[in-house]
Design a protein around this ligand. Structure first.
Ligand code: ATP
Ligand code: MG
Length: 763
């Protein structure tokens, strides 16, 4: 067969082939991890173009991360002889940003609007509350942020938000004030990017007609994690809602896996998968059941784990790759010990020829990376912290960026507040309050209000304004990296950190910011720097800077370590979605950490944690390590930990324990190690199932083993407290007189109690 597409389709199994070559109608590909969803989606784009069914111009593809978008572009470049760079491939946020940049006037935004990440947003909200003299104990900023974002994600503006009580009415009013503040400052938060874009299309018929007619094929990866607003955005863009053109609706090709839905906390809805059929006139559902990624033991473990979830759309995965190695389980005496083990193994793997980039270190929470990083660093193992908002979230980096942002846009009050007194120049909270007052009454930015400030404060702020003005002039003709360096020097940021106790790290981060600017300059130079998709003049610092800042906000975290270096990959499980590695370590498998303590008490929380564990396990191709520690530093104190419930849920015959029982015995005399009782469950009784739970009831935590045997207290036990009433023990820590238990009381909720004083009675 010598048709143009024969090569493209050669390495597909029959259902994959069918999916790639489906007619131009909406279709849903529902399939488990590693079954080739992303590959099918990418191949379909190539096939559609190669067979001239659509021009690259008519394709819109949504990926979940910027990295995934880049990868897709690279893969497409290899598959078809067109330059996919100009294609609309990106995240929802990235695509919306691009659209808003192109139509900023219609969207009611300044040309160089800045994007607030969640930390920026939080400080903007704090500032707002202060300005309005609102008690932030009564209206906690973080909660208000969730309130606002939650509404935006449902497409609800302040003027349409419902409120049935005074408290909610106040919050809605604050939401409205926040909207006004953002508009005044020309800044846009993440949720706003989407909502603004949705409204732009929805209100502007010619624009809507243009895009609805243009995008003939819309392809969505990781569909299970789309939220309400993203779903509505897709419907609108595809022309299944408010169609403004004669062209038929676009063909929407969605791929997803309900078992990998891990963003419920962010408003993602698996229900979307059920509604897809109706809303997008979908005719075909294709299931892919062969897994090409993982060896059998790994897949069996993943399958065994996920069957414990209820309410699944249900699918099975098989592989012909063979069982492979057993899953290695390591129990460290401490988090340090755990990290040492992990890094020792990594070094051995690398010695034996495994590429570092094929090794991933996954953890549930970002903070866990520090110990691992430290251990990797001290052994000189190159690593990269991947994903999340890490690099650009670091304080010193944000300070430097704030100066740059003020150069780009003086009205950016968030940036202003961040550095007006950093490094300190004697501008106190009082003066800033006065300044905010002036800005508020004159309805202008802080920068503009500064002129009308008098007295000592006025002098100090005026000096700051002069500094920013001269920074703007001095950097005007410079290449981006030199401009960044200049700002770091002249703002005295570098000097400041030179004098700080732990300044070394920060200085390195500042240097890395210059590297990031240099990389950015190099990568996109030569006519390839784009802002809103149109090339900008590389000699115009203002425009390059805006593009860089935009890049920094959107791609936070991606550019931190030597990007090209062969490095071990560190990331949260969330950030690992869609990726694969020969070797995967999952560390910190302890109750409270993974599953996360916040999730355990929430409705559906445990199931979401289990899906997260499923995602983690299914990243591994050949070898999987599961590690946990008996103690861990938390808020500067040693905490005793119980192994994760998820370890207990894996079939024992798939596991190999790679540390000796002896080390455990010396660490904790009295720790139960018999095979059935070694895992404790920190879950309310209703969550328990079958043998696992029976096993758990037979054992006790170290604390209990010594302190409470006579009382028969254990995790999962119902107890009675004189004041709080009845509840269930869900966790324990410490020993002797330090022993504490966490009890979920039916009346008053979850409380930690000192065992010595609480006088808990079993019921
Ligand atoms: P996830 O749910 O984790 O996102 P996925 O379903 O998107 O996984 P892919 O990443 O597309 O799966 O594919 C998993 C691996 O299997 C990739 O390395 C891919 O190249 C490979 N693969 C997929 N289909 C085939 C095939 N027919 N033949 C050989 N390898 C394949
Ligand atoms: Mg995928």
């Amino acid at each position: 067969d010598s048709s143009p597409d024969s090569g493209l389709l050669a390495n597909l199994n029959p259902p994959q082939h069918q999916a790639v070559t489906l007619p131009a109608r909406s279709a849903l590909i529902l399939a488990g991890a590693g079954s080739g969803k992303t590959r099918v989606l990418t191949t379909r784009i190539a096939w559609l173009i190669a067979t001239h069914q659509v021009s690259p111009h008519g394709i819109l593809a949504v990926t979940f991360t910027n990295k995934a978008a880049k990868e897709m572009v690279t893969r497409l470049g290899a598959l078809i002889p067109v330059n996919p760079r100009g294609m609309w491939i990106g995240t929802f946020h990235g695509l919306c940003n691009r659209l808003l940049r192109a139509h900023y006037k219609d969207a009611g935004l300044p040309q160089l609007f800045q994007i607030l990440d969640s930390a920026d947003q939080l400080s903007a909200i704090k500032r707002l509350l202060k300005n309005l003299n609102v008690d932030d104990e009564k209206f906690p900023p973080r909660e208000l942020m969730h309130f606002i974002n939650g509404h935006k994600e449902q497409g609800i503006r302040a003027n349409r938000a419902e409120a049935w009580d005074d408290y909610t009415r106040r919050r809605v009013a604050l939401y409205a004030e926040y909207e006004a503040q953002c508009q005044r400052e020309g800044v846009v938060d993440f949720a706003e990017l989407l909502l603004r874009c949705y409204e732009l299309l929805s209100h502007n018929e010619p624009l809507r007609a243009h895009y609805q007619a243009r995008f003939r094929h819309i392809l969505v990866d990781e569909f299970q994690d789309t939220n309400r607003l993203q779903y509505a955005w897709l419907k609108l863009m595809a022309g299944f809602e408010q169609r403004a053109t004669d062209a038929p609706p676009a063909a929407v090709f969605a791929v997803g896996d309900d078992d990998q839905s891990i963003y419920a906390f962010r408003g993602a809805e698996v229900g979307n998968m059920r509604e897809f059929e109706r809303d997008f006139a979908q005719e075909t559902v294709i299931r892919l059941e062969q897994n090409y990624r993982s060896h059998g033991n790994i897949l069996d473990a993943a399958n065994a784990l996920i069957t414990r979830n209820r309410d699944r759309l249900g699918k099975t995965l098989w592989t012909d790759a063979g069982a492979g190695e057993p899953i290695r389980v390591y129990e460290g005496m401490s988090d340090l010990d755990e990290a040492r083990f992990v890094v020792d193994e990594i070094r051995e793997l690398v010695r034996d020829g495994t590429e570092r980039s094929q090794i991933a270190l996954l953890y549930r929470s970002n903070a866990q990376s520090r110990v691992l990083e430290h251990e990797l660093f001290s052994h000189g193992v190159p690593y990269r912290v991947y994903g999340g908002l890490r690099f650009f979230e670091r304080q010193e980096v944000k300070h430097a960026l704030a100066y740059l942002r003020l150069i780009a846009n003086p009205d950016d009050d968030t940036a202003f507040m961040r550095v007006v007194n950093f490094p300190t120049r004697g501008i106190g909270a009082r003066s800033l309050e006065a300044l905010q007052g002036v800005a508020h009454t004159t309805n202008s930015s802080l920068y503009n209000a500064a002129a009308s400030l008098t007295g000592k404060a006025g002098t100090a702020v005026a000096a700051f304004i002069r500094l920013v003005e001269s920074l703007r002039q001095e950097t005007a003709g410079l290449p981006l990296p030199e401009a960044v360096e200049h700002v770091i020097e002249r703002s005295t940021l570098r000097q400041h950190y030179l004098g700080e106790k732990e300044g070394q790290d920060r200085l390195e981060n500042l240097d890395e910011l210059i590297n990031a600017a240099a990389n950015f300059d190099r990568e996109f130079a030569g006519g390839e720097i784009t802002l809103d998709g149109t090339p900008v003049n590389g000699d115009d610092l203002g425009a390059v800077l805006a593009a860089f800042l935009q890049h920094a906000s959107l791609e936070a975290g991606d550019h931190q370590a030597g990007a090209e270096e062969e490095a071990v990959q560190l990331m949260t499980v969330h950030a690992a979605k869609g990726l694969e590695f020969d070797v995967v370590f999952i560390s910190g498998l302890e109750q409270g950490l993974f599953p996360h303590e916040n999730a355990v008490m929430e409705e559906g929380g445990l199931e979401e944690e289990r899906r997260l564990m499923y995602v983690a396990i299914t990243r591994a191709r050949k070898r999987l390590y599961l590690a946990h520690a008996q103690t861990r530093m938390l808020h500067g104190q040693t905490r005793y930990c119980l192994p994760s419930k998820f370890l207990e849920e894996l079939p024992e015959e798939l596991l190999a324990r790679v540390n000796s029982v002896a080390s455990r015995e010396t660490a904790y005399p009295g720790w139960g190690v018999s095979s059935q009782s070694k895992w404790n469950s920190a879950l309310p009784r209703s969550e328990g199932r079958g043998a696992g739970m029976t096993g758990a009831t037979a054992s006790a935590t170290p604390a209990f083993a010594q302190e409470g045997p006579g009382k028969g207290l254990r995790i999962g036990q119902s107890v009675k407290h004189a004041k709080f009433g009845t509840g269930v023990i869900v966790a324990a820590e410490g020993r002797g007189s330090d022993a504490r238990v966490q009890v979920n009381f039916s009346g008053v909720g979850v409380k930690w109690l000192a065992l010595e004083y609480a006088k808990l009675e079993p019921v």
